[in-house]
Design a protein around this ligand. Structure first.
Ligand SMILES: Cc1cc2nc3c(=O)[nH]c(=O)nc-3n(C[C@H](O)[C@H](O)[C@H](O)COP(=O)(O)OP(=O)(O)OC[C@H]3O[C@@H](n4cnc5c(N)ncnc54)[C@H](O)[C@@H]3O)c2cc1C
Length: 386
């Protein structure tokens, strides 16, 4: 496998970097304080093709590969991890589901506007009592005599929750079949009985939007089922496999952004009559940070390449997410250390990296769950080869 970027990859990375630095960075600090959603930025991301990067042009997307997607996400997360997660959910968890499992009618009606950035999507799997064990969906979808379903229940922690137009919702439609009875539905904002909760006040990714959702007899027709009835759990898990590559890229962006700031500061700050980057301790910290970010980048690249090649990438995606999120925490912590006391205050930006990094160890499968996924795949590979 070659780790070389093509000219197209480099062009996408440069375009994302330019956009991130010029259009996102200037308001990132303020939005972190106010937790204001970046409405205009998301609109521009849509116009530039960042909201449907991997969707086929036939459905209004940019038709790019997963490598391009991770490069763009890294550049955007470098300056603002909130914008990165908004983009990541729309791309990996919403557009991908509809493009992969949706009907041509669903693609025309829902995917096209989502991919072009005119509409925003959300992915609703977690519930107040259900997180890592998503088999236990308490939200129900009850079949009615006319063929429609009534959805009842609650979802929690939904990214883009208050701002989205279209929601991918998982619900139990046949409890006797346990997780084989879970079905995936498309729900729209404004449907009777669909209630949107208050935005959560979070530690990090503060200007992203996270909320709970309520469903009381929300009626959806069979044309709102994505994939087949009972296929929902499989769809949810396959979607998260791809999503993890995006979250790994987000974590890498947080880490590489913090590292760049630490390097810059190490030139500016003097101690004992010299710039601190003349001190071996600081040099070694920076060297370790570099090794970690590069290793994460390689894991992400490998997972993305495998996905693009149509190979099984479950283990690689989990490895990339597990490692990138871990090193995002470590690199952000060390970036603060390099800044000394200045690293502990908002003005120098690296404390935001630490607050933003933490979520990458939690959502789209916690680090503990990534260990389980990786170990399971290892065992399968061993059994197959012996
Ligand atoms: C900011 C934010 C945004 C989010 N966005 C979305 C979204 O858009 N859509 C969505 O559906 N969800 C979203 N989530 C939910 C997120 O995916 C869950 O929080 C996550 O999957 C963990 O579930 P939980 O919080 O219920 O923790 P739990 O599952 O209750 O886990 C608690 C602890 O137990 C550990 N644990 C659980 N099971 C095991 C096990 N088998 N072995 C070892 N350890 C285990 C976990 O790793 C964790 O440390 C978001 C969450 C946050 C905080």
């Amino acid at each position: 496998m070659t780790f070389q970027l093509s000219e197209d990859h480099q062009a996408i990375r440069d375009a994302a970097k330019e956009f991130a630095v010029n259009e996102i960075a200037p308001t990132a600090v303020e939005r972190d304080k106010t937790a204001e959603f970046p409405t205009e930025i998301v609109q521009k991301m849509g116009e530039l093709g960042f909201m449907g990067m991997m969707v086929a042009p036939e459905w209004g997307g940019a038709g790019l590969d997963t490598v391009c997607y991770t490069l763009a996400l890294e550049e955007i997360a470098k300056v603002d991890a909130s914008c990165a997660v908004i983009m990541s959910v729309n791309n990996s968890l919403v557009c991908w589901v509809i493009e992969t499992f949706g009907t041509p009618e669903q693609k025309e009606r829902f995917l096209r506007p989502l991919a072009m950035g005119g509409k925003l999507g959300a992915y609703c799997l977690s519930e107040p009592g259900v997180g890592s064990d998503a088999t236990q969906q308490a939200t129900t979808a009850t079949l009615q005599p006319d063929g429609s379903y009534l959805i009842n229940g609650a979802k929690n922690w939904i990214t883009n929750g208050t701002k989205a137009d279209h929601y991918i919702v998982f619900a139990q439609s046949d409890p006797a079949k346990k997780h084989h009875g879970i079905t995936c539905f498309l729900v729209e904002k404004g449907m009777p009985g669909f209630e949107i909760g208050l935005k959560e006040d979070k530690l990090g990714i503060r200007s992203s939007d996270t909320c709970s959702l309520g469903f009381t007899d929300v009626r959806v027709g069979p044309d709102r089922i994505v994939g087949a009835e009972g296929q929902g759990f499989k769809i949810a898990m396959e979607t998260l496999n791809g999503g993890r590559i995006g979250i790994a890229a987000q974590a890498l962006g947080i880490a590489s952004g913090a590292m760049e700031k630490a390097i810059r500061y190490s030139f500016e700050r003097h101690a004992f009559g010299q710039p601190i980057n003349h001190l071996q301790t600081i040099q070694f910290k920076l060297a370790d940070m570099q090794v970690k970010t590069e290793a994460a980048r390689m894991l992400i690249f490998r997972a993305a390449r495998k996905k693009d090649a149509g190979e099984n990438y479950i283990k690689e995606a989990a490895m990339a997410k597990l490692y990138a999120s871990r090193i995002a925490m470590e690199v952000a912590t060390e970036a603060i250390q390099v800044h000394g006391g200045y690293g502990y205050v908002r003005e120098y930006l690296v404390e935001r990296a630490l607050r933003d990094a933490k979520i990458t160890e939690i959502y789209e499968g916690t680090s503990e769950i990534q260990h389980i996924v990786i170990a399971r795949q290892l065992m399968k590979e061993y059994e197959l080869s012996n």
